[in-house]
Design a protein around this ligand. Structure first.
Ligand SMILES: Cc1cc2nc3c(=O)[nH]c(=O)nc-3n(C[C@H](O)[C@H](O)[C@H](O)COP(=O)(O)OP(=O)(O)OC[C@H]3O[C@@H](n4cnc5c(N)ncnc54)[C@H](O)[C@@H]3O)c2cc1C
Ligand code: SF4
Ligand code: SF4
Ligand code: SF4
Length: 337
């Protein structure tokens, strides 16, 4: 425990980024009274409560008075599917809420469990059946996005929500409120993206090269991504991706070498005015400025030609597509350049 952190240098052949996610924190926005009322907890905190090795030995009690709550409500999509916060679906919170709701009903058959949802997402094998089982166990589902949460004179929480299927405003009294928080990119994701030169998708998680054909590859050969680092997903799909990434990485390790593109670009320093425009335009982050000079990292260059088109000084060219060669081709076809 007293050990100091240290930097170590390791020579590696490939890298698999599997840095997962952080839980969305509802406290700064004060969502649904989290941070204001003790009995509003996150799903992660609930998992600790119901876990036999947790602080209560698996007994579900509400934090304010350590009493067993007979009425427990879950709110879905907290920090997800909200254009003002995170627009994406965190994909696993519907299923973990169904799991926890069923665990409560099995452990405390007299408990009333209610799930407030916008949509229940239960794709993949067995998941829809799991959802149906939750309904059969008597769990109440109310479709609506809650507004305010207040505490009443009995010390219980009151959730104001419109039941959109019945078109009715409800004031739900509950003793414990569990927020089904979504995923956010893990701390350090941006720093790792710039250190490894692998891009992020608009949602802030690491971007794959191709969603169908190369789902665990990045734009840098030899660097792979898997699990929630690539985007929210459950354990089985994180494991599938991890296996795929390991297999992709093994190809490089076994061959012991990587192929570079033949058509890489190069710079003529005589013409370069060091404006740095090409650095920002390269989609593969293959260009850098070293000691005031532009340098193309050939191992990263994919020969896309974007930098060549962006250089107003004509300082960049691509091998096998030199200006002189292109001019000759045009001359052959049109008779002039
Ligand atoms: C409350 C809750 C309940 C859930 N229940 C279920 C469930 O029942 N079933 C299910 O399938 N899924 C469930 N999930 C989803 C599940 O947690 C994820 O699918 C799974 O954890 C993804 O695994 P991962 O390895 O990609 O990421 P993670 O589990 O987040 O692992 C990433 C690891 O990388 C480490 N790390 C991060 N950054 C660095 C760094 N810079 N350097 C070194 N290490 C780093 C982290 O510390 C962590 O150990 C639940 C999620 C939540 C929030
Ligand atoms: S998985 Fe369910 S709870 Fe989670 S963001 Fe998607 S719809 Fe909302
Ligand atoms: S865009 Fe052209 S001139 Fe500007 S730094 Fe890059 S190579 Fe040099
Ligand atoms: S050719 Fe494409 S990948 Fe190569 S340095 Fe230029 S912009 Fe980057």
């Amino acid at each position: 425990m007293d050990d100091e952190g240290e930097s170590i240098h390791v020579k590696v052949g490939t890298i698999i980024v599997a840095t997962g996610y952080d839980n969305f924190d509802p406290e700064p926005l004060g969502l649904y009274g989290y941070g204001r009322y003790d009995d509003v907890i996150t799903a992660m905190e609930f998992e600790r409560l119901i876990n036999a090795s947790g602080p209560t030995g698996g007994k579900v009690v509400r934090p304010s008075d350590c009493k067993y709550p007979k009425h427990i409500t879950f709110i879905q999509c907290v920090g997800s599917r909200d254009l003002g916060i995170n627009p994406y679906c965190s994909s696993y919170c519907c299923m973990y809420a169904l799991k926890n709701a069923q665990l409560i009903r099995e452990k405390y058959p007299d408990a009333h469990v209610c799930i407030l949802y916008m949509d229940i997402r239960s794709p993949y094998r067995g998941y829809e059946e799991f959802y149906r089982r939750a309904r059969e166990l008597g769990i109440t589902f109310i479709r609506g996005k809650p507004g305010d949460v207040e505490k009443n004179e009995k010390g219980n929480l009151v959730v104001r929500v419109e039941d959109t299927l019945r078109g009715k405003m409800l004031n739900l009294e509950t003793e414990l409120l569990v927020l089904s928080i979504g995923a956010v990119p893990s701390r350090g994701t941006k720093e790792m993206s710039s250190a490894l030169k692998i891009p992020l998708a608009p949602d802030g998680f690491f971007a794959e090269v191709h969603p169908k054909l190369k789902p665990v590859d990045t734009t840098v050969d030899g660097i792979f991504i898997c699990g929630v680092a690539q985007g929210p997903k459950e354990i089985p799909y994180s494991i599938s991706q991890a296996s795929a990434a390991a297999a992709r990485a093994a190809r490089f390790l076994i061959s012991g070498k990587a192929k570079t593109e033949a058509i890489t670009s190069f710079v003529s320093s005589d013409f370069c005015i060091r404006c740095g425009i090409c650095i920002d335009t390269c989609p593969y982050q293959a260009i850098r400025m070293v000691d005031g000079k532009i340098e193309i990292m050939e191992a990263l260059c994919k020969g896309c030609g974007t930098c060549v088109a962006s250089c107003n000084s004509g300082a960049l060219e691509q091998r096998h597509f030199l200006f002189s060669q292109a001019s000759e081709q045009i001359k052959n076809v049109f008779g002039y350049v």
